[in-house]
Design a protein around this ligand. Sequence first.
Ligand code: KMH
Ligand code: ZN
Length: 275
Amino acid sequence: MEPLIVTVAPVGAELRPEDTPYLPLTPEQLGETAEACRAAGASIVHVHCRTDEGANTHAVARFGAAMAAIRERSDLIVQFSTGGAIGMTPQERAGPLELRPEMATLTCGTVNFGDDVFENGFPLMRELLAAMQRFGVTPELEVFDLGHLANAKRLAAEGRLAFPQHVDFVLGVPGGLEATVEHLVECVRALPERCTWSVAGIGRMQLPMAVAAIAMGGHVRVGLEDNIWYTKGRLARNDELVARIAHIAAELGRPVATPQEARRILRLPGTAAAA
Ligand code: KMH
Ligand code: ZN
């Protein structure tokens, strides 16, 4: 098996600062978090941005400051969110791509999201993919339900992306596919050949899904965006969540990937695997 790629999603769009004191809000805090998570074993950081007060923002300047702060303190692969927050316009969601991060997420379909609807129709997906191509950004396909994989295959049939791709299964969102090992196995079975994949389990399913992925040869996303608890009743820091995965993976004989190894595994441009 390849070394384990650990993505940290440190802040997300939905949490409120009063939910946990460990959310990195400022670019400087994101830089510090990136450094700590890199030391703990992460190789990708999935970026959402906040104002100093904690409100979600998709302002290009804020993403620019965040990327600079992360790069100053780590060599992590910077992956921007294009999911943003419920209700954002396509233009807002695409805006930061002009900063040319190495990666960005592409959610591959509409999904209920708690009481809300996270809208990702085909026109939007095509627009985001076109922007990624224009700016040389590698997508990570976010799959919240099995139909999303079918949508990605349709985008490929249209010639808008070429498999193999890297796919992240986000399991356990209320409204999406539930986080069970059975569903994860089904998701992996439905992947086109040679795709790489990771799983982001939501809430208390973050750890069980991660352990399953380690054993199955997949990769793992952890972080406060998806789960704020270390154990029941004890809030987590991002780097602790990464460190726990790195420890379990080492015990299972799967060392974590460095960012450079992750670039090769993910076939990012400029690596031998991309040629
Ligand atoms: N905040 C969610 C509505 C992504 O980052 O690409 C969407 C999300 C997905 O977080
Ligand atoms: Zn996100």
